[in-house]
Design a protein around this ligand. Structure first.
Ligand code: SF4
Length: 343
């Protein structure tokens, strides 16, 4: 069986069967524009072709294991099971302004060892196939469509490091942004990364319009290396140099994610360091309140809100734009990755 999202494969098999190419356009239209998920219900193609599709292709390889929605209806977390029994998650965040956002996973777990994150705990299981990423996005579209709204933004930032699964991430972005498919605006797709520097040129060549978010989380090498081992390989100097090149090339603002962990990286002195690091850069900082997870054997805790605000104020004083991310999911035990870990 093959994924219906694999356009080349579908076309090859249609060709082998001597079915005219225009049939693909009909299938594509039914699937991506009319959201018909049952092949037998595609009314625009002959019955034999529908049956042949059903025998040879699948629509979803992922199975929904669990869905949980917060009391305020803002967040829905979906736990999927892959065909080889790995659990991955994606999260829909609904905004009153209709800027509905989906965070997707690109790997089954993660090898990056960030100390504040639970995902690496079981190590990397495997890279997700491009269609497994697309299925997460497609499933969220289906949920939101039923609610009479749409998905506006996709962020590659849940489980996994996108640059370690570059080709599948690329293929999935190309697919969702294709006009005849989900037709997402490229700038509404964000790739969030620890920043594997060798990929920089490829990224700006492949995705000049796609937004880039960097997991920064510290303003100096000492703290960053402690909480993100990748910093030993690509320290802040190398990181910032490569990002300067990126900005020169694309003229796009870089989003910096900074998770606020009490007594670890939230000292006001570090706010000034952060300002120095980002001074004169095309940057936006996103402060993320830390979400504790019960398997932490070291005692990380969330920075109190008033300290985050003080920290933010330092950056604002120097005209560096920033936002504090709302915690939308406290009541559903759905801080990053918790459902999958429990499973
Ligand atoms: S924060 Fe991201 S890159 Fe780091 S371990 Fe977690 S999932 Fe991996």
């Amino acid at each position: 069986m093959n994924s219906i999202h694999d356009e080349d494969k579908v076309k090859d098999l249609l060709k082998e069967k001597k079915i005219p190419v225009f049939r693909y356009a009909q299938i594509e239209n039914a699937i991506y524009k009319n959201f018909v998920t049952e092949f037998l219900e595609i009314q625009t193609i002959p019955k034999e072709l529908r049956e042949w599709l059903k025998e040879n292709f699948f629509y979803y390889s992922l199975v929904v294991d669990h869905i949980v929605t917060s009391d305020n209806w803002q967040t829905t977390k979906i736990l999927f099971k892959t065909t080889d029994w790995h659990f991955i998650e994606s999260v829909i965040m609904r905004h009153l302004t209709w800027r509905n956002t989906l965070c997707v996973s690109c790997q089954a777990w993660c090898p990056m060892w960030c100390s504040f994150c639970a995902t690496w705990k079981l190590g990397l299981k495997r890279n997700l196939e491009f269609y497994e990423i697309v299925e997460q996005i497609y499933y969220a579209c289906e949920i939101l469509n039923k609610e009479g709204t749409i998905l506006r933004n996709v962020v590659y930032m849940w489980m996994g490091e996108p640059f370690l699964n570059y080709e599948n991430v690329k293929k999935s972005i190309d697919l969702i942004c294709a006009q005849k498919k989900l037709n997402f605006a490229n700038r509404r797709v964000t790739v969030s990364t620890c920043w594997i520097i060798p990929w920089i040129e490829k990224f700006w060549d492949d995705f000049p319009q796609t937004s880039l978010a960097i997991s920064l989380h510290a303003s100096n090498d000492e703290i960053r290396t402690k909480i993100m081992p990748i910093n030993k390989t690509y320290d802040l100097e190398k990181l910032m140099k490569s990002l300067d090149l990126y900005v020169n090339k694309t003229n796009k603002r870089v989003f910096y994610e900074y998770i606020m962990i009490n007594w670890v990286n939230d000292n006001i002195v570090l706010a000034r360091e952060l300002w120095k690091l980002l001074e004169w850069k095309l940057a936006h900082v996103n402060f993320i309140p830390y979400n504790s997870w019960e398997w932490t054997w070291w005692s990380y805790s969330a920075t109190p809100r008033f300290i985050i605000e003080k920290f933010q104020k330092v950056l604002l004083t120097y005209w560096i734009p920033s936002t504090i991310r709302a915690t939308m999911w406290d009541d559903i035990d759905a801080a990053c990755w918790q459902l999958a870990i429990k499973k």
